[in-house]
Design a protein around this ligand. Sequence first.
Ligand SMILES: [Mn+2]
Length: 392
Amino acid sequence: MRLHTSVGDGSYGDEMRFIATADWQLGMTASYLTAEARPRFAQARLDVIRAIGELAAERAVDFVLVCGDVFESNQLDRQVVLRAFDALRAVAVPVYLLPGNHDPLDSASIYTSATFRDRCPDHVHVLAEPGPVTVLPGVEVVAAPWSNKAPLCDLVARACADLGPSDDVIRIVAGHGVVDTLNPDRDSLAAISVAALQAQVDAGRIHMCVLGDRHSTTQVTERIWYAGAPEVTDRDETDPGNVLVVDIDTAQPAARVAVERVHVGRWEFEVAARELGSVEDVDALVGWLDGHSGKDRTAIWLKLSGTLSVRDKARLDAALEEQAEIFGSVLIWERHYDLSVVPDDCDFGDLGLTGFADDAVRELVQMAGCEPGGAEAQDALGLLYRLTEASR
Ligand SMILES: [Mn+2]
């Protein structure tokens, strides 16, 4: 074991240290990003492995533990696996991979594919068997791998079932799945019982439990944590982009565990709700987008409501189209869209329309206030406005 002598007042002894992470979801596709941004986002998921390697060196950790969903699925191009291995070579310490619900150890597992078997670097290990495995002298990881997509029991409880006293060993549980205290479906057979796990902690049989599945870093109890995804995967995540650096006092593992969350992710997914009622509101939204840092690594979902004139809506559409070229993506979230376009007298009065075009505008203005067809008429007015303005 590599021992870390603490600095400061020396009130605790030597330590073992590891990085806890999960849910790398390598190979995931992101259809909501622009075509240009998608490969950059995929690359970011690999780059974060290198960032973890740098952090591992900086903090002199003993190993890296990845608690499930390393891969988005068991059916991925060999390119994803080969690139993952290339990135993993930048991690100088042993790396332990736990199969999760996306990458279970079933008959079609990516972990048993020819590419994986033939090309896996020597320092990368798959936690294929449930139960304890010695990762360092005096340190065990108690693994709870998924062997299929629909387990019929609490895999973590099962992996811990036969643990004896931990007199001379530090034990870290590696699991994946939803804990019962956070699961709306409490009757789910596979839910991880927090009470059962905490009882193992209280009995001193385990000293830390790291879980995957929840992509937001979450502390469940003092020693039960979801590491979270090191790079964001979904707009509903509250605290993604982190890994955990875990210190355990080797002399008194039951006495002290220190968990530090370290941000390593570079992408940001953001949801913004705006009520728009004037050109000033439109300009404020555009100004907010303009001032955003890291646009090329940011995806924005807009929840828009309110009422705009045709002219102001056209200004908004043009600005959002432009911003969408710069950001990873700028999307209007359809399910939360409640923006009405109400033609006012100024909208078309200045454009000098005559004849057929003028008739069309009058007809669309009438339709815009009615159902069905109101929304389509509003869109058509906006388009007509922008085309007319552009051709002037
Ligand atoms: Mn996951």
